[in-house]
Design a protein around this ligand. Structure first.
Ligand SMILES: [Zn+2]
Length: 229
């Protein structure tokens, strides 16, 4: 089991939580380099931050104490709850992202991110179904950590719900599929659920990305509604 070693890189961007932590939100930085991302996440003018940043070589920077509310989730919702910053720990994972050259996450970086999540969960009551990607809680605005993020490796280590690996299921009706999307936790308003569906596909079945309520997506929804319950 990897030991978590932290490099202090304090950010001034935080305030009081006023409640307990029960969620971890994983991000990619979406910037050219980790150094540039650290600069922005510690800039008092930018007013953004996170608790930890994991560089591509596996170095973990500590920016905001876990007991404080960092500014990483922005406007978002999960299971009808907003102010997700108050209840979550935010982990930024260095990757240029879709805008600057999205690429595979190096094995060492993922290994250390899993070790970090395990370490956080040894101290805080965060259930597996509340380890989420940023795009899960802000599907209209965000794509991170994206379809290349290896959720399966987290699942193999018991640190997240993984992806769907089964067959298609055309038998699920549109109405039931949409209700499952909502039951999992996504904010999927009537007539504006497309973004939430894409976020679901990035997270649980990237093979069906942007294919609407396809038979594979329906099967994955059915599976995830149980796995995330
Ligand atoms: Zn993000």
């Amino acid at each position: 089991m990897k030991k978590v070693k932290l490099v202090d890189n304090p950010s001034p961007n935080f305030d009081e939580r006023g409640r307990d932590v029960d969620m971890i939100i994983l991000h990619y930085t979406g910037m050219i380099s980790a150094k540039e991302a650290l600069g922005r996440l510690c800039d008092p003018v930018a007013k953004v931050s996170c608790h930890y940043l994991v560089d591509e070589d596996g170095t973990i920077f500590a920016l905001v104490p876990e007991g404080k509310r960092a500014y990483h989730a922005g406007v978002g919702a999960w299971k009808g709850e907003s102010d997700l910053n108050a209840r979550s720990i935010g982990v930024e994972i260095a990757n240029p992202g879709h805008e600057w050259g999205y690429r595979k996450f190096p094995a060492r970086q993922i290994e250390m991110t899993i070790a970090l999540v395990r370490d956080i969960r040894s101290r805080r009551a965060v259930p597996l179904n509340r380890i989420l990607g940023h795009s899960d809680v802000a599907p209209q605005r965000k794509e991170d950590p994206g379809e290349l993020f290896p959720w399966g490796k987290f699942a193999a280590e018991g640190q997240a719900i993984g992806r769907y690996n089964g067959d298609e299921d055309p038998s699920v009706s549109y109405e039931v599929a949409l209700s499952m999307l909502r039951a999992i936790g996504y904010d999927a308003p009537d007539k504006a659920h497309a973004a939430a569906l894409v976020a679901f596909q990035r997270r649980f079945c990237p093979k069906a990305l942007a294919q609407g309520f396809s038979p594979l997506t329906k099967a994955a929804l059915k599976w995830a509604a149980q796995a995330m319950a």
